[in-house]
Design a protein around this ligand. Structure first.
Ligand SMILES: *Cc1c(COP(=O)(O)O)cnc(C)c1O
Length: 493
């Protein structure tokens, strides 16, 4: 019976050809192109067929749908021609939010991307000699300024050939610290493991076999790199003696992984980085540290004390550190490998490097971001600037937005809260802030936050204890007005 009815319903639907002869749609096709309009018409008809098949459309429903078919096609077309990837306002207070694209780029980075992307460039051309150049030179020189000079002066104790005693001359001839760029930090770890430990063993603490969001798991990356994982210690306690005992003739590398997104508390012990450096030197095995976030500025300046920066790692004597470009560094998605030049050179000549390399847009954005660090213009880097905002300033902006909210159905308060650095940095580190806490009579907080999210300019908020929380730390000041308008419009309905 039902099958019979459905066939009747399907018959009511026009063919794509018939639809195209419809004058309104023909006019649309003349403006927007025949292919796009045909595609949209097909999609609308297919979705009607699906509704009929699912038994969700009866005869009168089909008639109704047919009467609005031209509008439906036009709507479908608008949707199809819209960008799916769009900008949103991040009012979550999570500065490096992976789902929201992590670090926003600085104005200088955007400008440099625009300049380089829209024309030819000297990406791999040495303008002096006219010969083929390396793309890494564009950022390596800046990393050297930020890392090598500072490691050199502050820590006269780099190992062996890198010690300052032997090194003053050596450094003049050859850099001691180099940096290369790959697609992301996952790629950086893969490249480092494959280069330094293929077919050999890598010693890692059981307390550091982490999984980072999006299925980056240390044991899996290890397997893909063809290195053999040698776990030592226990989940909560690993001592330096555990590493020492595990070293054998197959050992190629000691690995330390930042516990980016979790903490182990209670009865715990982790080998100190100094102890690992000592052991690595004594046994002549390289030490790799996956920093994850890798800040290029001192986080202690914003009250975050337990997070080591790229410079800290290298000063302590770690041979190579890996970190992301779009976490605490505040630049584009990239994976950075910084460390001993001889080891970095081996990674550069690995054929995997070619497969994992970054594109010119990444280099452009990274170069401009690094220049801001070199010039000491930290606040020009949005993610860094947001970290440095004071609670008082955020509170003043929140009060100003609160004053603009008009609906009598709204209860609005500005209260103390906590911003989160995110991006796997300092899982326990939060920054004190002031948040707008909003609730509305007759509308749940989840529904409220959904409406803000599907608005023209999506505003992404947090929901806590039945209220919508908006933290302006991660909102650009020029967006405060849009946030106020969005909330007001959502409540006009
Ligand atoms: C974030 C993170 C990664 C992955 O970095 P991507 O740049 O996202 O590939 C790897 N290791 C650690 C410790 C991290 O925090």
């Amino acid at each position: 019976m039902k099958l019979q009815t459905n066939v009747d319903l399907y018959r009511k639907l026009p063919s794509v050809d018939e639809l195209q002869r419809n004058p309104e749609l023909a006019a649309l096709a003349a403006r927007e192109g025949h292919i796009a309009v045909t595609d949209a018409a097909r999609a609308v008809l297919a979705s009607l067929r699906k509704e009929i098949a699912a038994g969700r459309l009866a005869a009168d429903g089909v008639d109704l749908a047919l009467s609005g078919l031209e509008d439906a096609v036009a709507r479908q077309l608008r949707q199809a021609l819209k960008h799916s990837l769009q900008s949103v306002i991040n009012a979550t207070g999570v500065i490096l939010h992976t789902n929201l694209g992590r670090a926003p780029l600085s104005a200088a980075a955007l400008e440099h991307i625009r300049e380089i992307a829209g024309s030819y460039s000297n990406l791999e051309l040495d303008l002096e000699t006219g010969e083929r150049g390396k793309r890494d030179v564009h950022v390596d020189r800046l990393f050297r300024k930020l890392l090598e000079e500072r490691v050199g002066t502050a820590a006269p104790g780099l190992p062996g050939e890198h010690s300052v005693g032997a090194g003053v001359l050596a450094r003049a001839l050859e850099p001691t610290i180099s940096t290369i760029v790959v697609n992301n930090n996952a790629a950086a770890v893969l490249l480092a493991l494959n280069t330094l430990a293929e077919n050999g063993e890598v010693i890692v603490s059981r307390g550091e076999l982490v999984e980072i969001g999006g299925s980056f798991r240390i044991p899996d990356v290890m397997a893909k790199s063809n290195a053999i994982l040698r776990e030592v210690g226990t989940t909560n306690r690993t001592r330096i003696a555990d590493y020492a005992k595990a070293i054998n003739e197959q050992t190629r590398l000691l690995l330390r992984v930042h516990r980016s997104n979790f903490q182990i508390t209670g009865f715990t012990e982790q080998a100190q980085i100094e102890e690992l450096v000592g052991l690595a030197r004594q046994r002549n095995i390289p030490l790799l540290e996956d920093l994850g976030s890798g800040a290029l500025f001192d986080l202690r300046s914003v009250g975050v004390n337990r997070e080591s920066s790229v410079l800290d790692g290298l000063r302590q004597g770690v041979d190579v550190v890996t970190y992301s470009g779009d976490k605490l560094l505040g630049g584009p998605q990239a994976g950075l490998l910084s460390g001993r030049s001889d080891l970095i050179a081996r990674m550069r000549s690995n054929s995997l490097f070619r497969a994992l390399r970054a594109d010119k847009l990444t280099y452009a954005a990274l170069e401009a971001t690094l220049l801001a660090y070199v010039k000491g213009e930290h606040d020009a880097i949005p993610a860094v600037g947001m970290m440095r905002l004071s609670k008082e300033e955020i509170g003043r902006r929140a009060e100003a937005v609160a004053k603009k909210l008009q609906s009598s159905r709204l209860t609005v308060e500005v209260v103390d809260g906590e911003s989160v650095i995110g991006g796997g940095a300092a899982p326990s580190s939060t920054l004190p802030t002031r948040v707008l806490a909003i609730s509305a009579e007759g509308t749940s907080a989840d529904e409220l936050s959904r409406r803000l999210r599907v608005w023209d300019t999506p505003v992404i908020a947090r929901v806590e204890e039945g209220r919508v929380l908006l933290d302006l730390r991660t909102v650009f000041p020029e967006q405060d007005e849009i946030v106020a308008q969005s909330i007001n419009r959502v409540f006009e309905r």
